[in-house]
Write a protein that binds this ligand. Structure first.
Ligand code: RTP
Ligand code: MG
Length: 138
């Protein structure tokens, strides 16, 4: 069993598809083990995406991520990290497979509905960024 950090980004929350996104995770074998809604500050968004701080899209991305509330979740399942990314689809929705969340709902490379951890080390760091051990169900 593996855990990964998922975020329904501001565009997903505004589109009123929190339920639909979670439905897809659950239908594909992922289980929600922790969940919280929050409105990040610019500093919190910058800290979360610090790995991208040299990228040209960093300022725009962090503005977007703190523009309105998001839903953060810990998802658990077998191969949860890669399974979540498969359900999400490619970063660029135009390259995302049919039936993926980003293919169906993203409107730009930036506004792509969901975030998912990309490796075990980043998943552990990202989960700890938003949740304490007591927040995560056994
Ligand atoms: P994420 O971290 O959000 O799960 O997305 P990802 O791994 O598929 O993509 P990543 O390369 O980590 O990029 C993080 C987020 O930055 C935005 N982005 N904008 N304008 C651009 O060229 C650009 N490239 C990336 C997207 O919101 C992407 O999900
Ligand atoms: Mg990423």
């Amino acid at each position: 069993m593996e855990q990964t950090l998922s975020i329904i980004k501001p565009d997903g929350v505004k589109k009123n598809i929190i339920g639909e996104v979670i439905r897809r995770f659950e239908a594909n074998g992922l289980t929600v083990k922790a969940m919280r809604m929050l409105h990040m500050s610019k500093e919190e968004a910058q800290g979360f995406y610090a790995v991208h701080k040299e990228r040209p899209f960093y300022d725009s991305l962090t503005d977007f991520m703190c523009s309105s509330p998001v839903v953060v979740m810990v998802l658990q399942g077998e191969n949860a990290i890669s399974l979540n990314r498969t359900i999400m689809g490619a970063t660029n929705f135009k390259e995302a497979d049919e039936g993926t969340i980003r293919r169906d709902y993203a409107t730009s490379v930036e506004s792509n509905i969901v975030h998912g951890s990309d490796a075990p080390e980043t998943a552990a760091w990202e989960i700890a960024y938003f949740f304490s051990a007591l927040d995560i169900m056994a």
